[in-house]
Write a new protein. Sequence first.
Length: 72
Amino acid sequence: MAKMSVEKQQLLDWIDEDRSQLIQFFSDFVAAASPNPPGDTTVAVKHITDFLDREQLPYHLIDPQPTMANVG
């Protein structure tokens, strides 16, 4: 079996350390309304940006239409 890279092992360790938080984040994200049509991503985007704000991580919104933003 090939030896795992240091970076890959570090990533797996971070995932293990934050497993509960990651599961909760993605469970809530999947449950966030983002119906298509009409493609309104407002609730899903708010879930992501609230998390990024709490973690003090930078982001910008790409919003071709007010209700169809993406997080970049």
